[in-house]
Design a protein around this ligand. Structure first.
Ligand SMILES: Cc1ncc(C[n+]2csc(CCOP(=O)(O)OP(=O)(O)O)c2C)c(N)n1
Length: 322
């Protein structure tokens, strides 16, 4: 799909929104204004934005505990997300879900997920639905390197390849699972290699480069839409913050984080590339920065002013009724 000026602006806006959203959350939690256990996606923006730039209303995404970036990239509104994070009635899940359960069926977002690996079968199910109903849609699972050790990953890939489902499995290899380096627990050099066990197509992308992710995800999604089956796409990336907000990061070499931030920041790289190529200019990008900041401030103000759910609603929307 051609990367038009509008598509580039949209991609940058989403990446900037993810970065600012996560930084705002960190500020709010550390100031004691927001409660909950939050995992920030900053640093990994190019993965969500590069994949979701190919998706539309037919497509479904399943996310992880580090899910805010996937939601924003799939078009979920930040006002509803922020209200959810503040536990307010106006939140996407009426304030009862919080960070790890944000979902928005109207936007094809099946949900963040506190269970590592659990989004993978959900996206597989969405792909099966798309195949049966012939919607032309795809099911996309985002998950971490750690999740690729879970049984659900292997079972889903086996089934998806066997049935040639229109699925895309995006492993965000950020080098760490909680406080453990990936190489301590994953015996293959590249997680993409695991696709061979299932005779599945695979690719490796530089997850800090929007353009590389965009290209490789595009090939995989086109293949899925043509009915030629799923792909495992490994994106090599890095989380700029700790595993969760409040993590002291004592286990991670400072130097490592500094190198990734200074040399591979996906927003800096995007800007350099589009400006050097004359595709967008600095004014375009600064205008979007301003719009993002204003939208985010408005989302925080509205969320803080919104009511909490009424205690009498404690059992509504919690259980599935027939
Ligand atoms: C089934 C399950 N096991 C363990 C955990 C605890 N846990 C939460 S996040 C996490 C690490 C996940 O690592 P990875 O999949 O690489 O994702 P990342 O945090 O790096 O984005 C673990 C072990 C959990 N939430 N669910």
């Amino acid at each position: 799909m051609q990367l038009t000026r509008d598509r580039l602006l949209d991609a940058y806006r989403k990446m900037r929104m993810i970065r600012c959203f996560e930084e705002k959350l960190q500020e709010l939690v550390l100031a004691g204004k927001m409660a909950g256990f939050l995992h920030l996606y900053a640093g990994e923006e190019a993965v969500a934005a590069g994949v979701c730039a190919h998706l539309d209303a037919r497509d479904w995404v399943a996310s992880t505990h580090r899910g805010h970036g996937h939601c924003i990239a799939k078009g979920v509104g930040v006002a509803g997300m922020m209200a959810e994070l503040f536990g307010r009635k106006t939140g996407l899940c009426k304030g009862k879900g919080g960070s790890m359960h944000i979902a928005d069926m109207d936007r094809g977002m099946l949900g963040a997920n506190g269970i590592v690996g659990a989004g993978i079968p959900l996206a597989t199910g969405a792909a099966l639905t798309a195949q049966i109903k012939k919607t032309g849609g795809v099911g996309v699972a985002f998950f971490g390197d750690g999740a690729s050790n879970q049984g659900q990953f292997h079972e889903s890939l086996n089934m998806a390849q066997n049935w040639k489902l229109p699925a895309l499995y995006v492993v965000e290899n950020n080098g760490w699972g909680e406080f453990t380096p990936t190489e301590f627990v994953v015996p293959v050099a590249d997680i993409a290699e695991r696709a061979r066990s299932y005779a599945m197509a695979s690719a490796i992308a530089d997850g800090m480069d929007f353009f590389d992710v965009y290209e490789k995800a595009g090939e995989a999604i086109e293949r899925a839409r043509r009915g030629e089956g799923p792909t495992l796409l490994e994106c090599k990336t890095y989380r700029f913050h700790g595993h969760y907000v409040g993590d002291t990061l004592a286990y991670r070499p400072k130097q490592q984080a500094e190198e990734w931030k200074q040399q591979r920041d996906p927003l800096d790289r995007f800007e350099r590339r589009v400006v050097e190529a004359g595709l967008l200019d600095g004014d375009d990008l600064r205008r979007l920065d301003g719009e993002v900041a204003a939208e985010l401030d408005a989302a925080v103000r509205a969320a803080e002013a919104a009511p909490f759910p009424d205690p009498s609603d404690v059992l509504t929307d919690v259980y599935v009724s027939e």
